[in-house]
Design a protein around this ligand. Structure first.
Ligand code: ATP
Ligand code: MG
Length: 257
């Protein structure tokens, strides 16, 4: 595994037209640590995650990956597309929808980026793809097309596709929320393995069990504000802020525990 990245988010603001979606957000993620982002729907979790790799432009503040500003050369001056692509090479992202090519096998899906973006030969890429698929427990499904894979398997292919690029930072946006409940565990287990290998991870999730047991820190967002960030036990079991208490109450009522 390559070195893990650090992420520093300082006073980041983001508007969608008049709507203030991120309000002076500060968050520091240390190399090799897992940070979960939780909070109600519409609180800005996906927006913040997407700002980290500049899929979403932020208006002010700074986001630094390994000390390097992403998206801007200097305040207000956008970085070139080429430089941005270079920075993104070390960042992997996994979404709720798996976004696999339906006409390609699992192995081809993983190899595609290695060939196109990394310029690897087909045989080299297929070898690397096989390693990544083995790592996520899909050694026996390499020639399946997505339609012949369960949702959990498809999401593991998407994770294999991301880790095959050897990222130093992985961003996950609700990777298990499109899955049937019985398939959630297999995906979380793969993520837990990656976390154990010391990869820096930022995970937007509704899986409080994952946040409680795997995260080093949990950040709670509401209405575009990062309300609190702390060790999981303090956020999930002993929250002081009334907004977190109310969120958890609703969550527990809905999930019946
Ligand atoms: N492209 C956009 N244009 C306008 N408003 C947007 C856009 N993207 C997000 N928003 C708004 O910004 C707010 C934050 O959205 P975001 O998707 O970050 O929330 P979230 O915390 O990820 O919610 P969820 O848990 O439902 O995924 C929401 O009110 C949303 O409607
Ligand atoms: Mg979201």
């Amino acid at each position: 595994m390559l070195a893990a990245s650090s992420v520093e988010i300082r006073k980041v603001n983001k508007h969608f037209g008049p709507f203030h979606a991120l309000k002076d957000v500060d968050l520091v993620i240390e190399p090799g640590k897992v940070n979960c982002l939780i909070g109600p729907s519409g609180s800005g979790k996906s927006t913040l995650l997407r700002c980290i790799n500049f899929l979403e432009e932020y208006d002010s503040g700074e986001i630094r990956i390994d000390g390097q500003l992403i998206g801007y050369e200097a305040p207000g001056k956008k970085m070139s597309g080429r430089r941005l692509r270079e920075m993104r090479r070390s960042i992997g992202m996994v979404f709720q929808q798996f976004n696999l090519w339906p006409h390609m096998t699992a192995r081809e899906n993983v190899a595609e980026g290695l060939i196109r973006v990394r310029g690897m030969s087909k045989s080299e890429a297929h070898e690397r793809a096989a390693e990544a698929l083995t790592k996520v427990g899909l050694a026996d499904r390499m020639t399946n097309h997505p339609a012949r894979l369960s949702g959990g398997q498809q999401q593991r292919v998407a994770i294999a596709r991301a880790i095959a690029m050897e990222p130093r930072l992985m961003l996950f946006d609700e990777p298990t929320s499109a899955l049937d409940p019985e398939l959630v565990g297999e995906v979380l287990n793969v993520m837990k393995t990656l976390a154990g290998e010391g990869m820096t991870m930022v995970v937007v999730t509704h899986e409080m069990g994952f946040a409680a047991h795997v995260a080093d820190k949990v950040a709670f967002m509401e209405k575009g504000e990062l309300v609190s960030v702390d060790i999981p036990d303090r956020i999930l079991h002993h929250p002081e802020d009334a907004r977190i208490q109310s969120f958890l109450r609703t969550y527990h009522e809905r999930n019946n525990f």
